[in-house]
Design a protein around this ligand. Structure first.
Ligand SMILES: [Mg+2]
Length: 366
């Protein structure tokens, strides 16, 4: 174990719903859905653990949530309050380290390899942070402790709510081997289907494929899956990361005619990869960019912008397909295609997402 990093991932439990239950005792112990009107177009922002028992989850349309549990109490979000609590929590993190990378209001990575209090064990720090969050805010958090970001996040998710899970080098492989592939970073619904069709259901199954097989199936994501199935992740904790774009591209194994339907499938995969990463980073973008490189190495890019920032696989795909439909046929085969989402909006910095969310709720009222 040489110079192993000590990474903690902290994730608040049902953050918005827990704050609502904290501030309104009548909501405690009940299924609470924070989101829009149950009859409107809004989606569930967060719901309490009691609501999750009915199969309600975040991003689900409120109408569906209502169908699953008509007794659920629907509460409108109070983002100003959530933001305030988020700052309180952030201040606690900074007592230990300034290497804090927030993923959203309620989630962050901390690198405590070197920490301000010279505490030797990351687990000790995780315990102290959980305790202090509870004392200051009355809320519980789940913590994951490991030696990289991928594992720390899996660990915090492992035992919720109010959990503390440690993944050490010597138990990493058995942890990953037992993990359903849907839990792996970068595996969305489409990828999951591809893997299931190959009979791959767990991390163990994934690890049986060698890197060439993985790359032939998943192109540039193949190597990522190869590494993740072995618990390898070198990404640093980045405190002030401001991403300008999220892109994925692939050089085709053989040049393809523009009419070849394989291109559509490859584009679809690239859109999924971009969407997965955008969602993981909690970003949305206003502009999609299609890049095409022809057999003679000439390259074109085409872009379009939308009014409401997007991040879903479907939204990105719709726009990319539109761009692709309209590129000119210059009698050249295509050797590379790429998809980029840019003009990114970070929920954390601008609140535009929240602002628009509130606007959508407001418009429901009318
Ligand atoms: Mg959370």
């Amino acid at each position: 174990m040489k110079n192993q990093r000590k990474i903690i991932h902290i994730d608040m439990d049902a953050f918005y719903a827990s704050i609502e239950q904290r501030d309104n005792p009548e909501l405690r112990g009940k299924p609470v859905v924070v989101g829009g009107n149950p009859q409107g177009r809004g989606v569930v922002a967060t719901c309490s653990y009691e609501a999750r028992k009915y199969g309600i989850h975040s991003a689900m349309p409120c109408k569906t949530a209502y169908k699953r549990c008509p007794y659920a109490i629907f509460v409108r979000p109070r983002f100003e309050v959530y933001k305030q609590v988020s700052y309180e929590i952030r201040n606690i993190f900074h007592k230990y380290t300034d290497l804090v990378e927030p993923l959203s209001f309620d989630e962050a990575y901390l690198d405590v390899t070197e920490n301000k209090l010279n505490i030797k064990y990351a687990t000790e720090i995780a315990k102290l942070i959980k305790k202090e969050i509870y004392e200051k805010t009355g809320l519980t958090a789940s913590a994951g402790v490991s030696y990289n970001k991928f594992l720390a996040k899996l660990a915090s998710d492992y035992n919720k709510p109010n959990g503390l899970t440690i993944i050490r080098e010597d138990n990493t492989q058995s942890f990953l081997d037992n993990l359903p592939i849907s839990k792996f970073f970068g595996v969305g619904k489409v990828t999951q289907k591809v893997l299931h069709n190959l009979g791959i259901k767990t991390g163990y199954d994934l690890r049986q494929l060698d890197v060439n097989e993985l790359e032939s199936i998943f192109k540039n994501r193949g190597y990522l899956f190869y590494q993740l199935s072995r618990g390898i992740d070198h990404r640093p904790v980045e405190p002030h990361r401001e991403r300008k774009s999220i892109g994925a591209e692939t050089t085709l194994i053989e040049n393809l005619d523009i009419e070849d339907e394989k291109l559509i499938n490859i584009l679809d995969e690239l859109c999924e990869e971009v969407a997965d990463r955008a969602n993981y980073l909690k970003k949305r973008g206003k502009t999609v960019v299609l890049k095409v490189k022809y057999g003679d190495f000439t390259q074109i890019t085409r872009s379009m912008s939308v009014n409401n920032p997007i991040s879903s696989h479907e939204d990105i795909r719709t726009n990319i397909y539109n761009l692709f439909k309209n590129i000119e046929h210059n009698h050249q085969d295509i050797r590379l295609i790429g998809v980029t989402l840019s003009n990114l909006i970070n929920e954390e910095v601008t609140n535009i997402t929240f602002f628009e969310y509130i606007k959508s709720i407001e418009s429901e009222k009318k």
